[in-house]
Design a protein around this ligand. Structure first.
Ligand code: URA
Length: 236
């Protein structure tokens, strides 16, 4: 079968073993920031709501990304949603508009959502980094570690039923696993949400930007979306 080129086509048959398999040995404690990382003036863990967390991020001067970016990109979508999508970092359109996933990747993400009858109002979306890295370069390990306490608190405050990790950067940052996204995509892992005292099921899948470059992988992303739909329906 030819690889599907668009998310408007009907999905391929789901493959239950791959979708359902929980991670046997998922190590899900987020990587602790190294001691050299600058501490934010308002510790993220003290933020009591999303507005306070956004203010803490805006006040944090520990990263040079803030100087080169145009806007803080905090989120997109509905904070009451059951599903929280987490990407890597804003691109140029997101930087310009101050909203997550509104450029080409966001348009493909919209199609992925529509394929399982979801809209942007049914999900909440954010990134590991709130500032665009110059030239859309990949975030460094230090940048990821620096912003990890913020995303960890972000997850606790949103308290979603499910997390979808978009791409290898978000997956390795939050699950702390060494394997690449090719091996992890399509699988569920428990993400331990510190102060919530519970594990949130987290689904690893390909990043839409990667799918734009590698459309043959869309069929795997399709399967991931179907796995998400199935979990949502199970709890309906
Ligand atoms: N890529 C991301 O990871 N996040 C965005 O918000 C846009 C593109």
């Amino acid at each position: 079968m030819e690889p599907r080129e668009s998310f408007t086509e009907p999905p391929p048959a789901p493959q239950p073993p791959q979708m359902a398999a929980p991670a046997p040995a998922a190590h899900v404690t987020p990587v602790a920031p190294p001691p050299s990382v600058a501490l934010p003036p308002l510790p993220p863990a003290k933020a009591q709501n999303l507005d306070e967390l956004k203010a803490a991020l805006a006040a944090f001067d520990g990263s040079s990304l803030k100087k080169t970016a145009t806007n803080l990109v905090f989120c997109s979508g509905n904070p009451q949603a059951s599903v929280m999508f987490i990407g890597e970092a804003p691109g140029s359109e997101e930087d310009r508009r101050g909203e997550a996933f509104v450029g080409p990747s966001g348009q493909l993400l919209n199609k992925m959502l529509a394929a399982i009858s979801l809209t942007r109002q049914d999900v909440y979306i954010t990134n590991i980094l709130p500032w665009r890295p110059p030239g859309n370069r990949k975030p460094t390990v230090e940048e990821m570690a620096m912003f990890l306490p913020f995303i960890a608190r972000h997850i606790e405050l949103v308290n979603p039923r499910f997390i979808v990790l978009l791409g290898g950067t978000a997956t390795s940052a939050l699950l702390g696993m060494a394997e690449g996204i090719n091996r992890l995509q399509g699988r569920w892992f428990p993400y331990h949400a510190g102060s919530l005292g519970r594990d949130i099921p987290a689904l690893a899948t390909f990043h839409p930007a990667f799918l734009l470059r590698s459309p043959a992988q869309k069929r795997n992303a399709w399967r991931s979306m179907l796995a998400l739909r199935q979990r949502l329906d199970e709890g309906a």
